[in-house]
Write a protein that binds this ligand. Structure first.
Ligand SMILES: Nc1ncnc2c1ncn2[C@@H]1O[C@H](COP(=O)(O)OP(=O)(O)OP(=O)(O)O)[C@@H](O)[C@H]1O
Ligand SMILES: [Mg+2]
Length: 476
């Protein structure tokens, strides 16, 4: 069979006690491989694996390619594929047949890169099928599974369960197993392109819902690791006022034979109302009293944003880019959710709040981006103070967001290099708030906002205090 596109391999268990045929008797009867496989499929429980191909494998060799082969396990039996040389997209088209026992559960396919030295090999990832007994009896099922344990790679194969598995009538109607993620999400339209990311509305072909794909194109694996930071920082955090990622994956785009880009893709729910900046802009077309958000809505939004931020801070995450563009609006306009954790930082050993103004902690934020209009004085004026209490800088930014929600005054300069000017500005902030919503609620909210926007980080209130104050505002 050497050189044939289809190589057939089979495995009878040595302990087979089958009534008609055993490993030894088959081997001694000099039947051809095809005849053996045919007996196996007809008279035994047999898992037939057709290993088609893999794509986007990780390159393990200095030539930019790998020499991949697979080892396929069921129970203690292993069948090995041939090796395909110098490729990241090997095509095997090889057939494997395993005799199955009731105790067999998993199918494991380990992919390896063959090395020059016979005992050395590099891991290319694994795929698992947890319960082969859930396969549909007699029906070939296509799989395209992402390789686990490596950054990229998908294996395509087909499985058929002979004489075991569930019958069609025993199973719930199921959708076909879908293809790799990049085929799963189909672009509907471009939403926006930012400094780094491009955001698309996509159709998830598995659950047929509209979602959003945020793509970050990276020139190098290191850059991709930084981009993945966005999901990594918040991977285990769930909160009503945070956007949750549904999916995350990395693909490669070949620029030329030698050069490639990495594309990090985040999948998340689609918010058809867009972001808070769009909402404020739409409402502020006419800055009339009747057009401001009602106080009930303001309280609701403030409470949610403060709760979301307090939650992040209590998990040692600093968002570092809080602004209306990074807050999404729910379909019924009743919920706000933080998104864009691209600059977020998680530091479990960092003090949550400063104790004195002017500490000795070197701040690294200066070079780390963010949005100037929402930056606290300590971030903007590097020589001003050495504090890097970035949680307090988040609170400062949220103060500005709240001010903008109340007054619709966008793009004002809020951080001043000297405390005197800064205080004067805060007086103006107070006036603008009371002008917009009146004295009754305006005074409390003006105090709240200005205590979030104090010049020194150490003097600002923290997010959980904001939650408490907002909860205590009586709007009846
Ligand atoms: N899930 C979503 N639903 C609807 N619109 C979204 C969604 N996610 C993002 N957007 C829109 O896309 C814009 C950009 O998204 P995001 O803030 O995540 O990336 P970015 O700011 O471009 O990234 P970067 O920080 O790298 O510049 C948002 O301001 C918002 O208008
Ligand atoms: Mg953004």
């Amino acid at each position: 069979m050497a050189g044939s596109p289809l190589v057939k391999k089979f495995s009878f268990s040595k302990s087979s006690t089958s009534k008609t045929v055993s490993c030894q008797s088959i081997q001694s009867s000099m039947l051809s491989r095809d005849q053996l496989v045919s007996i196996l499929r007809k008279e035994h429980k047999c898992l037939s694996l057709f290993l088609k191909r893999a794509e986007d494998l990780v390159s393990q060799d200095t030539n930019g390619f790998s020499d991949p082969f697979c080892e396929c396990y069921v129970g203690d039996r292993m069948l090995r594929s041939s090796t395909k040389y110098k490729t990241l997209n090997p095509e095997w088209n090889e057939q494997f047949d395993f005799e199955i026992h009731d105790s067999d559960k998993r199918l494991i396919i380990n992919c390896w890169d063959r090395d020059l030295l016979p005992f050395k090999r590099d891991f290319e990832g694994s795929v698992f099928l947890e319960d082969i007994h859930k396969l549909v009896r007699g029906q070939p099922t296509d799989f395209a599974l992402e390789l686990v344990g490596v950054n990229s790679g998908v294996i395509h194969f087909t499985l058929t369960a002979y004489n075991f598995g569930v019958t069609k009538s025993e199973i719930e109607p199921q959708k076909p197993v879908k293809n790799p993620k990049r085929e799963r999400y189909v672009t509907i339209e471009h939403i926006t392109s930012g400094g780094q990311a491009t955001v698309y509305k996509v159709l998830d072909t598995v659950d047929e819902t509209e979602k959003v794909m945020k793509q970050i194109v990276c020139q190098s694996a290191d850059h991709a690791t930084v981009a993945l930071n966005e999901a990594w920082q918040v991977r285990d955090l769930k909160h009503n006022n945070m956007v949750q990622f549904d999916d995350l994956y990395l693909t490669e785009h070949k620029k030329s034979e030698e050069e490639k880009n990495y594309v990090v893709c985040f999948i998340m729910p689609f918010f058809k109302r867009g972001d808070l900046l769009q909402l404020i802009k739409a409402k502020s077309q006419t800055r009339t009293k009747s057009n401001y958000f009602p106080i009930v809505k303001i309280k609701k939004y403030l409470h949610q944003l403060a709760e979301g931020l307090a939650f992040l801070h209590s998990h040692f995450v600093t968002h570092r880019d809080i602004k209306p563009q990074n807050i999404l609006v729910s379909d019924d306009y009743n919920q706000l959710k933080y998104c864009d954790f691209g600059l977020a930082k998680r530091e479990e050993h960092k003090p949550m709040t400063p104790t004195t103004p002017g500490g000795n902690i070197l701040h690294d934020l200066w070079d780390n981006g963010g949005t100037v209009e929402y930056m606290a004085p300590e971030r903007l004026y590097k020589d001003l103070c050495n504090d890097d209490f970035s949680n307090c800088a988040d609170v400062f930014a949220l103060g500005i967001v709240i001010y903008e929600i109340i007054t619709f005054r966008l793009n004002e300069k809020h951080a001043h290099p000297r405390i005197i000017e800064h205080q004067e500005h805060l007086e103006e902030v107070k006036r603008n708030i009371t002008d917009a919503i009146g004295q009754r609620h305006g005074v409390v909210l003006a105090d709240l906002v200005t205590s979030m926007m104090r010049f020194y980080p150490s003097e600002r209130i923290c997010a959980s205090d904001v939650v408490e104050i907002v909860s205590s505002i009586n709007i009846d």
